[in-house]
Design a protein around this ligand. Structure first.
Ligand SMILES: Nc1ncnc2c1ncn2[C@@H]1O[C@H](COP(=O)(O)OP(=O)(O)OP(=O)(O)O)[C@@H](O)[C@H]1O
Length: 290
């Protein structure tokens, strides 16, 4: 994503005389940012996400700077006349991939979400959870610059939920923007760069204290090159960073983001030395004891 996506004074109503669902919405999504949208039932969250995703257009106002966008809708039309493999491969070619690399990516994503065994099952026969995995895979397939997730975790098993959190971390680390709605307040808690609430048809920044991370945490201990500064991609997702001895840092990271933090440390120029990766409250020198 090379520039911001901007919503300026956006309004949406359904039907010429329908009530305004949203009005006067201003929102800026910057490259690399994670944004959460909250709001009570029926306030217009899905309406907003459809506008952000570009599958609906505003009744008034402007949206500019659209990047390559992918979207997981609240309700995925699962009864399609395809198998997951055929569907994802077809979509990959629509996104400009060769058939061969589209098929390889389709297989990779189905594997990541634990749905490889259903690659050749007609989609109409899939369980709700497996079709949700296909819904998520179709959005991630072509490395979108903007990823819009409307309750995308709903129906996924625990491993697939964690995998989707990791995929979100990868997208933002790659400079993409991610916007999500989720009924679970613990979803990626403490990680979003911005949280907005839909209230009475407008969008307001949430002013209450941001929730601290409540999911599983990982402590990454790393030693830097002389005078080295922690790479921004390592500090940004971290809930805390301490420097117990000069040049050695302990980063406490949501487990969903540990791969991204490790990659940022190891690919920095010059690279950092990762001393240990452990659950919180386990001193690094004790973690290997039986
Ligand atoms: N296609 C549509 N045609 C007419 N009205 C619609 C349409 N889509 C949404 N609405 C109305 O717009 C309002 C906001 O709906 P929306 O689904 O955006 O809210 P939401 O916050 O996502 O709700 P929920 O939390 O229940 O998913 C509701 O009153 C809904 O009935």
């Amino acid at each position: 994503m090379h520039r911001d996506l901007e919503l300026a004074r956006v309004g949406r109503r359904y039907g010429i005389r329908g009530p305004w669902v949203l009005r006067g919405v201003d929102l800026t999504l910057t490259p690399g940012s994670l944004t959460r949208v909250e709001g009570a039932n029926g306030t217009g969250k899905s309406t907003l996400l459809r506008l952000v995703a570009g599958i609906d257009t505003p009744t008034e106002g402007r949206i500019t700077g659209r990047p390559r966008t992918a979207y997981v809708p609240e309700r995925f039309p699962s009864a399609l006349p395809f198998t997951p493999s055929g569907y994802l491969t077809h979509l990959g070619t629509v996104h400009g991939l060769s058939r061969r690399s589209a098929a390889a990516r389709a297989a990779d994503w189905l594997e990541r979400f634990g749905a490889a065994a259903y690659a050749a099952t007609p989609m109409a026969q899939l369980s709700k959870g497996t079709s949700q995995k296909v819904a998520v895979a179709q959005a991630l397939l072509a490395d979108p610059e903007l990823l819009v997730l409307d309750e995308a975790w709903t129906g996924l098993d625990a491993e697939a939920r964690a995998e989707l959190e990791r995929a979100v971390a990868e997208r933002t680390a790659a400079g993409g923007a991610v916007v999500f709605v989720d009924h679970d307040p613990r979803r990626l808690a403490g990680v979003p760069d911005a949280v907005h609430q839909v209230v009475a048809g407008t969008l307001e920044p949430r002013t209450a204290q941001a929730a601290p991370p409540v999911g599983p945490l990982t402590v990454v201990t790393a030693r830097g090159p002389a005078g080295g500064r922690l790479p921004a991609d390592a500090t940004r997702p971290s809930a805390s960073a301490a420097e117990p001895t000069p040049g050695t840092y302990r980063l406490t990271v949501p487990a969903s983001h540990s791969d991204v933090v490790l990659r940022a440390l190891l690919t920095a120029q010059p690279p950092w030395h990762v001393v240990s990766v452990s659950p919180p409250d386990v001193p690094p020198d004790e973690k290997d004891r039986p």
